[in-house]
Design a protein around this ligand. Structure first.
Ligand code: KIV
Length: 289
């Protein structure tokens, strides 16, 4: 099995070549939205850090990703890039940043690259082909995103598993092939039955990265806050939580509050001390206790 590339920055061609059927190790992708998050994801050994538009739900307190703007994504992409991660930085193109015109889509993709991304991700099937081709022609690597695409929440009528019927599953396979032909270097597959995840993976030469798409994909992606137990609500079925940092953080804040209220913080070790002369002048008595 070929190994990941731990000693140098991960590149788009590195990821593009990571098909498991060619004996590659599964790709590990995780979201991050700021510098500390990106440092953690990088130190944990991920291959890709995704500045996801799930920024909306996980950081900005919105109910869906339709609220995130280009300004938000540029701001948070720049913060992630400041961590100078070894892993590849991919930034989500937010809703309405690639829907109005091809020209605007290329300009918005370029803004994310100038903020520090090394590739962009956008959602949707065959109707995105012209936009993908134009962004790729501008030398900007594009990651596709198919299946349960959260920016389509209104037209999907909620967050529903996609491709459950034979015709919709076949349409997903055809869409993945169209995206691959348009030049994407990888495809995120979200919220599809495992058999569909495996069929799409088999049908394309670019790697698939699953989230709720079963174990047959070429890699997996999860949301930082879900993995670490920092989310607001019960995460979806496909999440595995590896830590409960939310509970640990509440415990730490409670201990701090109790120490402040009980006069135990700050202590001597957490205080700056003045000279004898300063004490004498300010208090009229000798040395600081
Ligand atoms: O924004 C996001 O979090 C995503 C997922 C694929 C993780 O696009």
């Amino acid at each position: 099995m070929s190994s990941p590339t731990p000693d140098r920055p991960v590149t788009v061609p590195d990821i593009a070549s990571r098909k498991r059927r060619h004996d590659a190790q599964p790709i590990v992708m995780l979201t991050a939205y700021d510098e500390p998050g990106a440092r953690i994801v990088d130190a944990g050994g991920a291959d890709i850090v995704l500045v996801g538009d799930s920024l909306a739900n996980n950081v900005l307190g919105f109910e869906d990703t339709l609220q995130v703007t280009m300004d938000d994504m540029v701001h948070h992409t720049a913060a992630v890039a400041r961590a100078r991660p070894r892993c590849l930085v991919v930034a989500d193109m937010p809703w309405m940043s690639y829907h109005l015109s091809v020209t605007e889509a290329v300009a918005n993709a370029a803004a994310l690259i100038r903020a520090g991304a090394e590739a962009v991700k956008l959602e949707g099937g065959r109707r995105r082909v012209p936009v993908i081709e134009a962004i790729v022609a501008a030398e900007i690597p594009v990651m596709g995103h198919l299946g349960l695409t959260p920016q389509s929440v209104l037209s999907m009528g909620g967050y529903r598993v996609q491709g459950r019927e034979v015709d919709t599953a076949r349409e997903l396979v055809a869409a993945a092939q169209a995206l691959a032909a348009a030049g994407v270097f990888a495809i995120v597959l979200e919220g599809v039955p495992d058999v569909v995840g495996a069929a799409v993976t088999e049908a394309v030469d670019v790697p698939t990265i699953g989230i709720g798409a079963g174990s047959g994909c070429d890699g997996q992606v999860l949301v930082f806050h879900d993995v670490l137990g920092l989310g607001r609500r019960t995460p979806p079925k496909f999440v595995r939580r590896y830590a409960d940092l939310g509970a640990a953080a509440v415990e730490a804040v409670s201990a701090y509050a109790a120490d402040v209220r009980g006069g135990r913080f700050p202590g001597d070790a957490e205080s700056y001390h003045g000279s004898d002369e300063l004490h004498q002048a300010l208090t009229g008595d000798g040395r600081h206790p």
